[in-house]
Structures are given as C-alpha cells and as structure tokens.
Design a protein around this ligand. Structure first.
Ligand code: ZN
Length: 144
C-alpha cells in the first residue's frame, strides 16, 4: 500500500495462562517461535511478582530500566508480534497497579516475573511486517 497501513484477517486466536514464576516476555517469545506465529496482537491481564520495564529516553535514544520487586496487578498490557532480524519479535507495553492503587507503566523488558497471567493472542493472516532500524528515533520500527 505504501501509506503506512495494511489490512489483515484474524487467522487463529490463542487463549492461555502463563505459569507461575515464568518470565512474561521470555514465555511469549518462546511461544511465538514454537507455534511459528509471525504476526499477532496480544492482550494480557493478571498479576506479576516483579516488574522490569523500560522508558525510552528520546534525547539519548536509549532505554532506562524501571524495576520493582513488589507484586503488581496488570491493569492493561497490550502488544504485537512482527518480525525482527528474520524471526518473530514480541513488543509489549503494560500498566500495572501497586498496593496503593497508583500505577506505573512502560515497555516490557525481560525480568517481569509471572504470578498469574491470562492472555489472548490474535494471530493475523496477511503480509508479514519486518522491523527496520530507524535513524530518526533510534528504534526498530515497522517497515510498512
Ligand atoms: Zn515499546
């Protein structure tokens, strides 16, 4: 299309739990690799024992780590699967609430330990999307 947008159909929907103690991102990256899922939408709810999030410093073009070892509720977690370096790549963001109800959020990094997590993964059918390095932002963005 060339206008930054594409059209897809939903191919399959997976629904599942992520086991206690698993790494949230590690589990999903292993799942998409195992199932050969290269394009998908991910929605997640649940609780985490600890979180490791990233905040992208736009000036320095690098991620700053945000870590918290107290349990949190995942208020919202949304992501996608596209291809990066020729293999499926999970990109997730989440908002989590703490014991006082305040929230923190960011880009999900390895180091989010699952307490109890439910997920839906909507695999899409259509042209695959590859991430390419973008000089302007310093990020690997969709090549659409
Ligand atoms: Zn991100």
């Amino acid at each position: 299309m060339g206008d930054g947008m594409k059209e897809y159909e939903i191919k399959r929907v997976y629904m599942g739990k992520i086991p206690y103690g698993e790494d949230l991102l590690g589990f999903l990256n292993a799942l998409v690799l195992e199932k050969g899922i290269e394009l998908a939408i991910i929605k997640i709810l649940g609780g985490l024992k600890k979180i490791t999030l990233g905040y992208y410093n736009q000036e320095k073009k690098e991620f700053v780590k945000i870590e918290d070892n107290a349990g949190v509720e995942i208020v919202s977690c949304y992501g996608n699967v596209t291809r990066k370096d020729g293999k499926p790549h999970v990109h997730l963001h989440l908002i989590a609430s703490k014991s006082d109800g305040t929230c923190i959020g960011g880009h999900v990094l390895e180091g989010c330990e699952v307490f109890a997590v439910e997920f839906f993964l909507f695999e899409l059918f259509g042209d695959l999307v590859e991430r390419k390095y973008d000089e302007l932002t310093g990020l690997y963005l969709w090549d659409v």
